[in-house]
Design a protein around this ligand. Structure first.
Ligand code: CP
Length: 358
């Protein structure tokens, strides 16, 4: 069993992401994650277990008795939600997930209200949180901070799990989990995810959800990935290199309508201009052909779906919202259930929940 206490930070940091997987797993050896940092931690069996656990939890939660049982499971634990970047869905769905399992929560949503304002480092702040809480759910603009802190905490006198709720431009693993869960549920009566075509459209260069989901999809057989974007915002080379190394079919395109016709899922994303290097940089890019509206909806297959991690701006017209193929609202709710499953798995509750009498 690989442990973060057995490896120095520099050596761990330098490992390829997939090689980090065993260091981040629960010491009990059940395959569930202890720290959740990257999409590369999740293989297909664990994804399927998390989806099954989510289904089980949402079923149990339907009855008052079941909901009270779930609420009793982690009533002795506390979680810190440390979000130093704005968030609605990821913050609230993790908060709701904690509430479903009975965890008490604390939060910092603006570093200016913590002692970081007085010059305390992120690292010292997170060590502080670990003194009071049993898990840290964190979103940070700083790529790699969650990884560094997971190593630091595992090597401290009070190791607690870290759950990455979005880091820099690189990873958003729990968003990718909820995206997979949405795809699994959307196609469960129609042959599953294998063999599907998934199109990503929008700002693929800076969208961390795209990198995480693109990787998770490589766990499924013969899924084709299509990347539709203006050339300035096309998917980064490292994502394509991963697909090529794994022999995954993929295509680069600038034609959303052609891609829509052949896709089982169209995953729209907004322009992430908060990452612009200079003011107004994104506004100079012509994004008019990368929006999903009534004409694209007419080209979408009857069993195909539209997804979006949200928030959106104008990249999906509101006229699509009531179409049964618009999955983005359900995607949000799925996020609450799979995050509940992930937290339950992190605390070793999978077997108890799957086998309980509710
Ligand atoms: N999808 C997502 O991460 O949304 P929020 O930024 O609202 O959390």
């Amino acid at each position: 069993m690989a442990r973060l206490t057995d490896i120095g930070w520099e050596e761990f940091h330098a490992l390829p992401l997939e090689a980090k997987r065993p260091y981040l797993a629960r010491a009990e050896g059940d395959g569930m994650p202890y720290h959740t940092l990257f999409a590369q931690q999740f293989d297909r069996p664990v994804l399927e277990r998390l989806c099954a656990l989510s289904n089980r939890i949402r079923f149990i939660n339907k009855s008052r008795e079941g909901a009270l049982y779930l609420k009793s499971l982690l009533a002795h634990k506390r979680a810190m939600l440390y979000f130093s970047q704005p968030s609605s869905r990821t913050f609230l769905s993790h908060l709701a997930a904690c509430q479903i399992l009975g965890l008490t929560t604390g939060s910092v949503r603006d570093a200016a209200t913590s002692s970081e304002f007085k010059g305390e480092s992120h690292e010292d702040s997170i060590r502080t949180f670990s003194s009071y809480f049993d898990m840290i759910i964190m979103r940070s603009p700083e790529q790699g901070l969650a990884e560094k802190m997971s190593w630091e905490l595992s090597n401290s006198s009070r190791p607690i799990p870290i759950l990455n709720a979005g880091s820099g431009k690189d990873q958003h693993p729990t968003q990718a989990l909820l995206d997979i869960y949405t795809l699994v549920r959307s196609f469960e009566e129609k042959g599953g995810i294998d063999g599907r075509t998934v199109t990503f459209c929008g700002d693929l260069k800076r969208g961390r959800t795209v990198r995480s989901l693109s990787y998770l999809l490589t766990n499924f057989r013969d899924v084709k990935q299509v990347f539709v974007a203006p050339k300035e915002l096309q998917v980064p080379d490292d994502v394509i290199a991963t697909l090529e190394a794994k022999g995954v079919r993929h295509e680069i395109s600038d034609d959303l309508r052609a891609a829509t016709k052949m896709s089982d899922a169209v995953y729209m994303t907004r322009i992430q201009d908060e990452w612009d290097d200079s003011k107004g940089e994104s506004a100079k890019i012509d994004t008019s052909r990368f929006k999903f509206g009534a004409e694209e909806l007419a080209l979408l297959g009857p069993d195909s779906i539209i997804m979006h991690p949200l928030p959106r701006r104008d990249e999906i017209a509101t006229c699509c919202d009531h179409d049964p193929r618009a999955m983005y609202w359900r995607q949000m709710r799925n996020g609450m259930w799979i995050r509940t499953a992930l937290i339950a798995g992190t605390f070793g509750l999978e077997k108890s929940i799957m086998e309980c009498g509710y």
